[in-house]
Write a protein that binds this ligand. Structure first.
Ligand SMILES: *Cc1c(COP(=O)(O)O)cnc(C)c1O
Length: 361
């Protein structure tokens, strides 16, 4: 089997880079899962071998996030976007109010869905500032049923550097920075994350929920939407996305081997520091967000002279760099530095920026 070309530097925003060894192990399991002679793609989810995969994946999330007994781990279908509705369906009664921070496209979508189930109080927003920063002056009413934040704003490249502490139930969309930095994960009552940014392939969604917050709404909840049913069945209420869960397990094992969340955070800090350092010193480039709120996962930048954009993109591509074109809403460039992106790829990008500057001087 041919291996993945090592000279491609994958800065895609999602689906995105995975550790090379994970890709190879996943490929092997597609051909012959656990020496069973069967492909994982044709393997039953109720078998002991797959049940063990699901159990190990859930246990590794608990271990890596240092979760307490009340926090349950689920792997669900539907991506992060399904959680935009599933969260309020499970937590918010129609006469109650939920507080939301509006920090970009994904938060706005979460707000829109919550309004189908109850009242929404947008307690802070950086919309007027084109989402270039994280709001810092706001209060959350005590009677808000929960407070929802998007910890990392994938499209605009901002990130909450410290998590706001209020008395409310705390809910977070961590799709693009899950397991990238040490946080007190037990301080969150509900965390969701589409796997395809920092955790695995597309098709599965990680959910961490404090079970004490469930069962408090009056509405009947359809079976598949009720978190309690998924907890009860060990995240096997129906056929789980078998392959996607397996690849998440491989990535979680890799992360543990790397030294866990604290070790990957150190590496992520170094990668981000190198790239932002170059952006701050290379006068061809400009960053687009407020310095204190810069994301360590998605680094957004522009060229001072937009006429050079195409030339820079071509030059980067000729050096094996892919995925740095900015989101269609924000334009410019975006380099995503997820856990699995090696430091060497950031070094190549920085070198390309320096050489590009010399080439047009
Ligand atoms: C990508 C992303 C989503 C959407 O994820 P899907 O799995 O495609 O639904 C939601 N929130 C954030 C922060 C994201 O980065």
């Amino acid at each position: 089997m041919s291996s993945v070309d090592s000279y491609i530097h994958n800065f895609n925003a999602g689906p995105s880079v995975l550790p090379k060894e994970v890709i190879e192990q996943a490929a092997e399991a597609v051909v012959n899962f656990n020496q069973t002679g069967l492909s994982l793609l044709e393997y039953g989810h109720r078998t002991p071998a797959f049940t063990a995969v699901m159990e190990e994946a859930r246990a590794l999330v608990k271990e890596l996030m240092q979760l307490d007994e009340a926090h349950q781990v689920l792997f669900l279908h539907g991506g992060a976007s399904t959680q935009f509705m599933q969260v309020p369906m499970n937590l918010l009664d129609s006469k109650e109010t939920a507080a939301y921070a509006d920090t970009g496209v994904w938060s706005s979508k979460a707000i829109k869905e919550a309004k189908f189930f109850g009242k929404v109080d947008v307690v802070c927003s950086s919309k007027e500032k084109n989402y270039r920063c994280i709001p810092n002056d706001f209060a959350v009413p005590n009677d808000a049923k929960y407070f929802h934040i998007t910890t990392n704003n994938t499209i605009y490249g901002t990130q909450w550097q410290s998590i706001p502490r209020t008395s409310n139930v705390l809910v977070a969309d961590m799709s693009s920075d899950i397991l990238s930095r040490t946080l007190d994960f037990n301080a969150f009552d509900l965390i969701y994350a589409g796997a395809q940014k920092n955790l695995g392939p597309a098709g599965v969604n990680l959910l961490v929920v404090n079970e004490n917050i469930l069962g408090k709404v009056k509405r009947p909840i359809p079976t598949m939407m009720d978190y309690r049913n998924h907890i009860q069945e060990g995240s096997m209420l129906n056929t789980p996305p078998v392959f996607a869960v397996y690849v998440c397990l491989l990535t979680l094992r890799w992360l543990k081997k790397m030294g866990g969340v604290a070790a990957i955070e150190k590496l992520n800090n170094e990668k981000a520091a190198l790239l932002y350092g170059e952006l701050d010193s290379n006068e061809l480039f400009a960053t687009t967000v407020v310095k204190n709120d810069r994301s360590k996962m998605n680094v957004c930048f522009t060229l001072q002279d937009p006429a050079l954009e195409k030339a820079f993109l071509d030059y980067a591509q000729s050096n094996g760099i892919v995925g740095i074109k900015g989101h269609r809403l924000s334009g410019g460039f975006r380099a995503s530095l997820y856990n699995a992106l090696p430091m060497s790829s950031v070094q190549v990008l920085v070198e390309v920026m320096r050489q590009f500057k010399h080439s047009i001087a």
